[in-house]
Ligand binder design. Structure first.
Ligand SMILES: NC(=O)c1ccc[n+]([C@@H]2O[C@H](COP(=O)([O-])OP(=O)(O)OC[C@H]3O[C@@H](n4cnc5c(N)ncnc54)[C@H](OP(=O)(O)O)[C@@H]3O)[C@@H](O)[C@H]2O)c1
Length: 221
C-alpha cells in the first residue's frame, strides 16, 4: 500500500528527490522567516503562555498531535515500503538516530557518518539528561520555576536546547544532505531563540542567577 502511494505521488526516483530538495529549500526559507519572527515575539508556551492567539490547549495533547506525523510517516515508510534505501547500513544508522530521538519523547563518506553519529549521541545524552533535570525541578503539586542546576545547566541556561541542536547537527553531518541540513538549521533557529528568551527571563526573574552562565554556547554566548 505504501509502495503504491509513493508511486502515485512520485513518477520516478528523480522526481522524488526533486520534491525533497524543494521541501528542504522551503525549510531554509521558513527558518529565515522564523528567525525574524522570533526576534519580535517569544513562542507563546510555558512561561510565555498567552491567550492572544486563541484558547489554551493541553500541552501533552498538543505536543502529541504535532509530533505524530514526524514519527508515523517515517515509521510507515520503513515498515511498509520495499525501498532498497532502507537496507543500506548508513541509512539504517540515520533512521535509528531519528527514531531514538522520537522515542525519548544514504549513503556517503564513512568518516562523516561516524563523526556525525558520535556528535548525535553526545547531543542526545545532553538533551535527555537536561530534560530530566528540568522535569524534576518541581515537587508534586508545585507550579513555579526554579534555577536548574547540574549537567550542562552549570554552563548554559538552554542545556536541553543545546543538546537537541547538537543532535541534529550530528544527524546533518552523518546524512550530509541538503535535507538533513535544512532540518538542523530550522531546529537551531527555533531552539536558539528559546535558549536566549529563557536566559533573559532567568536573569530578570532570579537575582541570584549564576552570572557566568551563558544562554546556549558554554563560555561564549
Ligand atoms: N526539534 C524542535 O524543533 C523542538 C522544538 C521545541 C522543543 N523541542 C525539544 O522539546 C523539549 C522541551 O522543550 P521546551 O521548549 O518545552 O523546554 P522548556 O521550556 O525548557 O520546558 C521543559 C519542561 O521543563 C519545565 N521547566 C522548564 N524550566 C523550568 C524551571 N526553571 N523550573 C521548573 N520547571 C521548568 C517546563 O515547564 P512549563 O511547561 O511549565 O514551562 C516543561 O515542562 C526539549 O528537549 C527541546 O529541545 C524540540
Amino acid at each position: 500500500m505504501m509502495d503504491s502511494l509513493l508511486s502515485w505521488l512520485f513518477s520516478s526516483e528523480k522526481e522524488e528527490l526533486y520534491i525533497l530538495d524543494c521541501m528542504a529549500y522551503l525549510m531554509f526559507l521558513m527558518a529565515a522567516c522564523t528567525y525574524v519572527t522570533l526576534l519580535f515575539e517569544n513562542v507563546p508556551y510555558g512561561r510565555y503562555a498567552t491567550s492572544k492567539y486563541g484558547f489554551p490547549v493541553n500541552v501533552r495533547f498538543a505536543w502529541f498531535v504535532q509530533e505524530l506525523p514526524a514519527f508515523m510517516v517515517p515509521l510507515c515508510l520503513v515498515l511498509w515500503t520495499s525501498s532498497a534505501k532502507t537496507s543500506l547500513l548508513p541509512n539504517q544508522l540515520l533512521i535509528v538516530m531519528y527514531f531514538c530521538h522520537y522515542v525519548h519523547r544514504k549513503n556517503g563518506g564513512q568518516k562523516k557518518n561516524i563523526q556525525g553519529s558520535v556528535l548525535w549521541l553526545v547531543g542526545w545524552l545532553v538533551n535527555m539528561h537536561s530534560d530530566h533535570i528540568l522535569r524534576n525541578l518541581r515537587k508534586p503539586g508545585e507550579t513555579g520555576y526554579k534555577i536548574p542546576t547540574g549537567g550542562m545547566f552549570e554552563y548554559v541556561s538552554g542545556a536541553n536546547f543545546l543538546g537537541e541542536i547538537t543532535e541534529w547537527a550530528g544527524f546533518a553531518l552523518a546524512g550530509h544532505s541538503v535535507h538533513s541540513s535544512a532540518f538542523a538549521i530550522f531546529t537551531t533557529v527555533v531552539l536558539a531563540s528559546r535558549a536566549v528568551a529563557h536566559h533573559k527571563w532567568y536573569l530578570a526573574k532570579f537575582e541570584d542567577y549564576p552570572k557566568s552562565r551563558k544562554a546556549l554556547i558554554p563560555f561564549v554566548f
